[in-house]
Write a protein that binds this ligand. Structure first.
Ligand code: PNW
Length: 469
């Protein structure tokens, strides 16, 4: 849908971050180069039946070799900022203290190339590629993994803290815990509700331990955590449906945010979870660590949910490509239904106003913490036309309408620092492999040729002010 907001870049703060985002496993490839170890995504993607068409990140879009070209594209687009992640098994191949310096050198080269191009780097430390050795030792359900993560964070921050100011500890702990250990849609593909709750807690503990370790190293780094948010709507007007909203909103939107920004898990959510998990994994003092002050709350936004307790509707919120269990421990009775809005190629409903509402809600419920949209974007089936261009009017409209939602949030005094579209490049879309394209830059997976899509051109024009009336 179109918007009545008069969208203009001049309505945003002058130092606003205009960026695009990626993650290591989704773009780098070079899985066996530079001393890199194996991660849970290598194992998972190489297990038949887990990823559509047998896709893996072995080659991906080869950004490990092509990063100079990718930085060149960003420069041409006029992006001011770039968010990428560091592959944990490139730095610590076995997940222990043995360091692979070639891995650190790669990220030093990438960061220096970005800085030379005038682009500010934002580093995500955990975008789902746990070293396989750590999964073998128990993975995120095992408390020690949180300490291993803080150690890894310290190593990377020590090596790059002199040239990178913006840090994101963990990306979407909801996905890592519940798609990884409950539904089995993501690596490591386990289906154990109790283990997934322990994983969620230890991802948060790892975040908090990392924040403390990094603060002790430098005081000038800006540190945040990346969470994914969805407005949750009620399918019917029954009390049971209202309770379904409370439960899903609690798991998806309040659980992680309350822990980080209030130092507590919401009592009603703990009560729901106690039916399926042993909550003694949450030890005295953990919430003090998890609640360590952050500088930024990183908001990933794609869509809305509509839920019912009536038991009809999909048990998955995301239309998974394979058979999956429920991603909602203690809430597997809740169904997800459509609300009639148009959808993207992921079958996710398009709701730009939901982004404004989420930003306004966060600034009201958790005052004082600056927000950044670190992911927002859409998959569509793009085709390269005869003239060599990629016309993606639906992605362009999605981008425009969500930027208008951000502008509305800014005009409502939400302290928004930046916007990163997902994604810079078409890439490996997890369980969907290469069948879903999110990029504002098209990638030909045979030749690795990059072509800026119409949406990318439009974004460049917008960021430069050329579209301001
Ligand atoms: C996020 N879900 O993933 C990730 O941060 C990106 O790496 C990813 O490519 C992007 O969004 C698009 O999917 C998600 O099923 C994957 O609810 C799945 C879900 C949500 C986010």
């Amino acid at each position: 849908g179109s918007t009545r907001t008069n969208l203009r870049v001049g309505a945003f703060p002058a130092d606003f971050a205009w960026g695009a985002a990626t993650s290591a496993y989704q773009i780098e490839g070079a899985a066996d180069e530079g001393g890199r170890g194996r991660s849970i995504w290598d194992t998972f993607a190489h297990t038949p039946g887990r990823v559509v068409d047998g896709g893996t990140g072995d080659v991906a879009v080869d950004s490990y070799h092509r990063y100079p070209e990718d930085v060149e594209v960003m420069k041409r687009l006029g992006l001011t900022d770039y968010r990428f992640s560091v592959s944990w098994p490139r730095i610590q191949p076995d997940g222990d203290t043995k360091l692979n310096n070639a891995g650190l050198d790669y990220y030093r080269r990438l960061v220096d190339t970005l800085r030379d191009a005038g682009i500010t780097p934002w580093i995500t430390l955990y975008h789902w590629d746990l070293p396989q050795a750590l999964e073998d030792a128990g993975g995120w359900p095992h408390r020690d993994t949180a300490h291993r993560f803080a150690d890894f964070a310290q190593v990377v921050h020590d090596a790059l803290g002199d040239r990178v100011q913006e840090w994101i500890t963990v990306n979407e702990p909801w996905c890592a815990a519940f798609l990884g250990y409950a539904s089995g849609e993501h690596a490591p593909g386990r289906r154990d509700p109790a283990a997934s709750v322990a994983a969620a807690h230890h991802l948060m503990l790892g975040h908090g331990l990392a924040v403390r370790a990094m603060r002790a190293q430098r005081s000038d780094s800006r540190i945040g955590v990346g969470l994914n948010f969805y407005p949750v709507h009620q399918a019917g007007d029954s009390e049971a449906d209202a309770d379904a909203v409370r439960r899903i909103d609690g798991m998806q939107n309040r659980f992680f945010t309350d822990a980080v920004l209030r130092g507590e898990y919401p009592a009603d959510v703990l009560d729901d979870l106690s039916a399926v998990a042993d909550l003694s994994v949450i030890r005295p003092g953990d919430l003090d660590v998890i609640g360590s002050p952050v500088d930024t709350l990183c908001v990933n936004y794609y869509s809305r949910f509509t839920v019912t307790a009536a038991g009809s509707g999909s048990t998955s919120a995301s239309a998974a490509p394979t058979d999956v269990d429920s991603a909602w421990p203690g809430n597997s009775h809740i169904g997800f239904v459509g609300s009639g809005l148009p959808v993207t190629g992921m079958n996710w409903e398009i709701d730009p106003g939901g982004l404004r509402d989420i930003l306004v809600r966060l600034s009201r419920d958790y005052p004082g913490v600056p927000l950044v949209v670190t992911e927002n974007g859409s998959a569509f089936d793009d085709v390269v036309s005869e003239d060599g261009a990629v016309h993606d009017p639906e992605r362009l409209a999605y981008l425009r309408d969500h930027l208008a939602a951000c502008q509305e949030a800014v005009e409502a005094d939400v302290p928004l620092r930046g916007y990163f579209t997902w994604s810079l490049l078409d890439n490996f879309e997890w369980a969907w492999g290469y069948t879903k394209r999110f990029g504002i830059v098209h990638v030909d997976y045979d030749t690795q040729r990059r072509t800026v899509k119409d949406s990318g051109r439009w974004y460049a024009d917008f960021v430069s002010g050329r579209l301001d009336g």
